[in-house]
Every structure is written in C-alpha cells, then in structure tokens.
Design a binder for this molecule. Structure first.
Ligand SMILES: Cc1cc2nc3c(=O)[nH]c(=O)nc-3n(C[C@H](O)[C@H](O)[C@H](O)COP(=O)(O)OP(=O)(O)OC[C@H]3O[C@@H](n4cnc5c(N)ncnc54)[C@H](O)[C@@H]3O)c2cc1C
Length: 107
C-alpha cells in the first residue's frame, strides 16, 4: 500500500478509471478534482446513454463491475444511426463495430 498522495484532475471515465485502478492496487489517498458541480449535474445538451464496448469491459472486468452493470443495462450487438431530415425523410446506416463482443448500454 502506498503512502503517496494522488491528485487526478477530471472525473470522466479516464480519471475515475485511474482512481479505481489505483484504489484496487492499494492506494488510499486519492483525490479526484472535477469542475462540474456534482456527479449528477444535468446538462440538457448531452445524451445520457453510455455504451460500454469490449475494450471498456476489460476495465469493468478488472473492477468486478461487469455483471452489476450488465444487470442495469440493455445488451446490444448492432449499432444503427438514423438521420431524420427536416422534411421527415430518414436514412438509417449500420455503423461498423470494432470488436465482436456484445456491448451494453447504461441509461
Ligand atoms: C455525444 C457523445 C457520446 C458518446 N458516447 C459514448 C459511448 O456510448 N460509449 C463510449 O465508450 N464513449 C462514448 N463517447 C466518448 C466518451 O465520452 C469519451 O471517450 C470519454 O468521455 C473520454 O473520457 P475522459 O475521462 O478522457 O474525458 P472526459 O469524459 O471529457 O472527462 C474529463 C473530465 O474532466 C473535467 N475537467 C476538465 N477540466 C478540468 C479542470 N481544469 N479541473 C477539474 N475538472 C476538469 C471535465 O468536466 C470532465 O468531467 C461519447 C462522446 C460523446 C461526445
């Protein structure tokens, strides 16, 4: 266990992932600085679904979180993007997915 202090600037996935990995390795004095007022701060121009792909699941596996997160989410293997024009016409495109492992969405 390290006696060193750790300060991580930014509480996004990279900052929180780093903090969780350090804690798992025995670091105890970890501070995450985040400029947003709170973790559940509502930003009306942002979407609140989050896809965790095979690469992200390596981290959630390491942290023992994959099963818990999968229970809270919707699994998916395909990803479609639909563009709706002002006149109501739609164009749907299947987006390529880099890995074949099933993903899940957190809402
Ligand atoms: C619309 C959209 C949808 C996306 N959907 C997905 C998805 O479904 N799945 C997926 O894997 N990825 C998705 N991404 C990509 C994903 O959001 C990024 O790859 C990821 O957020 C990058 O994480 P990060 O921690 O590096 O940076 P960020 O998420 O940008 O985190 C940085 C944090 O640092 C904080 N910060 C910045 N400056 C300071 C400061 N000076 N002091 C304190 N705090 C500070 C910011 O407020 C922020 O919270 C999406 C991105 C966008 C834009």
């Amino acid at each position: 266990m390290s006696e060193e202090k750790v300060v991580i600037v930014g509480g996004g996935p990279a900052g929180l992932g780093a903090a969780l990995m350090l804690a798992k390795r025995g670091w105890t004095d970890i501070t995450v600085l985040e400029k947003r007022p709170s973790a559940n701060y509502y930003e009306p121009d942002k979407s609140f679904s989050y896809q965790i792909d095979g690469r992200g699941q390596k981290l959630t596996d390491l942290l023992g979180l994959t099963t818990k997160l999968a229970d809270l989410s919707v699994p998916n293997t395909d990803f479609y993007f639909t563009l709706i024009q002002k006149d109501g016409t739609r164009k749907t495109t299947k987006l390529p997915i880099a890995d074949s492992q099933p993903k899940f969405y957190i809402f």
